[in-house]
Design a binder for this molecule. Sequence first.
Ligand code: ZN
Length: 237
Amino acid sequence: MGGYISRDREPDLAASFGALEEKQLSVSQPLARNGVLQPGKVYFIPARCGAAVVLEKGKMLTLINVSGLQVCDMWAFNTSDPDEFLSMEHTRTHLGRLVPVVGDSMVSNRRNEMLELVEDTSPGVHDTLIAACDINRYRQLGVSEYHDNCVDNLRMALLAIGKEVSHVPSPFNVWMNVPLDGDGSLTFVPPVAKRDDRIVFKAMMTCYVVMSCCPQDITAVNGVGSQTESIGVMLGD
Ligand SMILES: [Zn+2]
């Protein structure tokens, strides 16, 4: 099996990926070595990086949009069987809507409740439609060198706590603003969140939660011409 970065699909970039794996903070500096955070402490995922944490059933996880303009791709996997994961398509069916609101539970690919959205200080604009950015997305956007991306961040963040998953599901794109127009078209525009907006999830099953500070700096999803930023994370009771 290849490395956790997508070198198997990009063999010509394998050499530079090897160097990257050693310095990328997603894999070298987990928020906690075993993924278990200290309750009440605010951790920061560095800009352009990912992090994986263990969220026990009944516990809360808060994400903080430090800049107000940073999108956070988020995934969850059942710790007992990571082939069960948070599924956007199953969640849309379960809720009968595109985006969850406070009080909604998001479900797995086996239609079990995984995460409840318990608080959201932002206007509630998030995305469940768009795949995580990956090296091929940046290639198609004209980037010839390696570009940090959410798919690699997911793999590296899990590896940093000693885990692997068999594939990359569609993420819950927290604060990502991709409005669906009446004619069916989608546009990629900046978040409408504000500085220090918080969103809080409660685990309905014990899961690994993986987050990536989306390094997308070609489209406007992290703000026009703005820097990509860090995201705050806090475990609560
Ligand atoms: Zn991304």
